[in-house]
Write a protein that binds this ligand. Structure first.
Ligand code: GLC
Length: 664
């Protein structure tokens, strides 16, 4: 059951897919205190687990830390960080009592989950305007499913988006892209997409192409497509300030950019230098911005990634003036020494400064709304702008779209990637733990930068991380300019990489089918063990193994130099290891604890008792995958319901898309 409460004058975020009746009074659990702001508090029992928060730091169980929903361009995902790029304000308390809470509140929100006081859950915001949804159910999984139904069907990408993609910040010329294509095709490592980072644009201007490097772009798109490769360009939130650039000129003329209090267009420096932010919270401006994606679609592009849409601000004009004034003052006060520590702090803090988010406004239905009041909705609405345009451009076609920043509600319009991680072993584990939390909040098409974005990757790290990436719907290797190259062909012998990516393609019919079933039934693709085995007390505490779809469990290796790992089986399972020679080994393991050996070039998975999964032969790209000839592995006499469609159009609900496979 779901109850919706309203306090003050809440903003309509459109996070929920349908309107529902609003109840008066206080929620049935905890206490709500309304003053200038609000504080919700609840005393947790010792055994309670708190799930949720989607893209957030640390573990699956969110207890004993404090998280802040405040979409932030945070390139250092270190343990002490409280905010990342998203605001997914849904939590589930599971134990003595079972209930879920969704705080539909678009400004900064603090989740103190037993941090200040061990047993106290305290959620607080500075303003007392919000909708609070309280969801009761049998257990955490049941609550998630009710919530997911309420917020509406998750985004469904085209099938090619389940292929493997290569990305790197720094590809500039056609030759750069061609050499990536060649690196993969020559070594027979499957690949479906090459991502285009900011250098494809002319001076980092959205919806332009580099005039020298990417002449005759439609022809180049075709050349790549002939090799089974799609190009996926990035779109940034900030529009470069430059007279004569049509996006800038039109935006200024029509008042489509976010404004300062005095009505002038707000200026934030990002990659292109000075930029304006399109007012994507304004319906007319959103439509205008979205329609620009057509410029690239008309040249053959079928997918995009939206970036810097927290929105990220390197500095504002105002912030820069304040910083300069401060440095001048310090120099005048004591001309002989400068307080270096203080200076460093001030310089670093100029980026994404809270004060800057109070310096600009949105025009929402004729009302000027200060940005910080609706901050967490920006990335959501930028992505919505694109998705709504796709529907206008080609209503029956699926486009690939994922975003860096997000809020619940955006899950209907696109997926997300988890931003600028690092080539660290701990970030493989962070990636794994985040996936089910994201699914709880509606985000199914997700993945991390495999191999790590920042810092130098090592061969073993990329291999182990890609072996996890085999199971994430978005499987993309991406890295930052200046770091060691980490494409699958950069580490000498490519056989190990080929084996891992081929395993992805061998499993694709299963992975796609499970994704589609999860999306169509408002269900999860990644589930914690505790959701599937609620009565197993040991399974309740497992955070480094996950269920993928209904039939399998994964237990990736995330420690350097490990030859294998410990794994807990809540029931008998078939342990399968895929090898690079295309063969696989099988071993039945009883319920309980095991140490399993997993070599650097193997992809392990566990098939649940009484279940089976389909396998196909690997191919160089999705279009070449032969799904007519399937092999089935698993337990004898098991059945599997396979979902299959053309992966291009939107006729998802056709019963002909399902067929039953039987292992005999
Ligand atoms: C941001 C993105 C990253 C991208 C870079 C350059 O840091 O998160 O993925 O490579 O900008 O566009």
């Amino acid at each position: 059951m779901i109850s919706k409460y309203a306090y003050g004058d809440p903003f309509h975020t459109e996070a929920a897919a349908e309107e529902m009746e609003v109840r008066e009074g206080m929620p049935e659990f905890g206490e709500m205190e309304i003053k200038e702001g609000f504080t919700f508090s609840y005393r947790m029992a010792a055994e309670d687990i708190v799930y949720g928060l989607g893209e957030a730091n640390r573990g699956l169980n969110k207890r004993n830390y404090c998280y802040i929903s405040n979409c932030t361009d945070e390139p250092n995902h270190t343990e002490e960080k409280r905010s990342l790029y998203a605001a997914h304000n849904f939590i589930i308390i599971s134990g003595r009592e079972n209930f879920g809470l969704f705080f539909d509140y678009p400004s900064k929100l603090v989740f103190d989950i037993g941090y200040s006081e061990e047993e106290l859950l305290k959620v607080s915001g500075d303003y007392a305007d919000l909708y609070l949804y309280v969801i009761t159910g049998e257990n955490a999984y049941d609550i998630v499913r009710q919530f997911r139904k309420m917020i509406g069907r998750s985004y469904i990408p085209p099938k090619f988006a389940f292929g493997f993609g290569q990305s790197r910040w720094g590809y500039k010329t056609k030759e750069d892209y061609r050499s990536v294509a060649k690196g993969y095709r020559k070594n027979h490592i499957p690949m479906d997409m090459i991502y285009m980072d900011i250098d494809y644009m002319q001076d980092f201007k959205d919806f332009t192409l580099h005039e020298e490097n990417l002449k005759d772009f439609p022809e180049f798109v075709r050349e790549m497509k002939e090799q089974g490769i799609r190009l996926i360009p990035i779109i940034d939130a900030g529009v470069k300030v430059e007279q004569g650039y049509s996006v800038y000129d039109e935006g200024v003329e029509n008042g489509y950019f976010c404004k300062r209090e005095d009505g002038s267009d707000f200026i934030a420096a990002v990659w292109p230098g000075d930029t304006h932010f399109p007012d994507v919270l304004n319906a007319e401006a959103r439509k205008w911005f979205g329609d620009h994606y057509r410029i690239l679609i008309d040249q053959g592009i079928e997918g995009f990634w939206n970036d810097m849409n927290e929105p990220a601000i390197f500095y504002s004009r105002e912030g820069m003036e304040e910083l300069k004034a401060m440095i001048r003052k310090l120099a005048e006060e004591d001309p002989d020494t400068l307080p270096i520590g203080e200076l460093q702090r001030q310089v670093l803090e100029i980026a994404n400064h809270p004060e800057d988010y109070r310096r600009f406004y949105h025009n929402i239905d004729g009302k000027m709304v200060r940005h910080d009041r609706v901050h967490n909705l920006y990335g959501y609405n930028m992505t919505r702008a694109a998705a709504e345009a796709f529907t206008r451009i080609d209503p029956d076609k699926r486009f690939l779209m994922f975003s860096r920043s997000s809020y619940i509600g955006m899950h209907r319009y696109g997926g997300i990637w988890t931003g600028d991680n690092k080539s660290w072993w701990s970030h493989i584990l962070l990636n794994l733990k985040m996936m089910p939390s994201l699914n709880m909040c509606g985000f199914l098409y997700t993945g991390a930068d495999l191999g790590g974005f920042g810092d130098d990757a090592t061969r073993d790290l990329v291999l182990r991380w890609m072996a996890l990436g085999v199971f994430t719907p978005l499987m993309r290797n991406h890295s930052a300019e200046g770091t060691r190259r980490q494409e699958a062909y950069q580490f000498g012998d490519t056989e190990d990489f080929r084996g891992i990516v081929e395993t992805r393609y061998r499993l694709l019919p299963y992975l796609y089918s499970e994704y589609m079933k999860a999306a169509l039934n408002d269900d999860m693709y990644f589930r914690p063990l505790s959701f599937v085995y609620p009565d197993d007390t040991f399974a309740r505490g497992v955070e480094d193994q996950m269920m993928v779809g209904d039939e399998i469990m994964i237990a990736p290796v995330y420690t350097q130099n490990a030859k294998g790992r410990y794994v807990y089986l809540p029931e008998e399972m078939l342990f399968v290891k895929f090898r690079k020679d295309g063969e696989y080994s099988e071993e039945y393991l009883p319920k309980g604890h095991h140490y399993v050996e997993i070599a650097i070039d193997e992809v392990p998975l566990f098939i649940r008792k009484g279940r089976c999964i389909p396998l196909v032969k690997a191919a160089q790209c999705m279009e070449e995958l032969d799904t007519e000839h399937m092999e089935i592995i698993g337990f004898e006499n098991a059945r599997y319901t396979l979902y299959e469609d053309d992966g291009i159009h939107k006729d998802y609900d056709d019963p002909a898309n399902y067929r039953v496979l039987i292992w005999e």
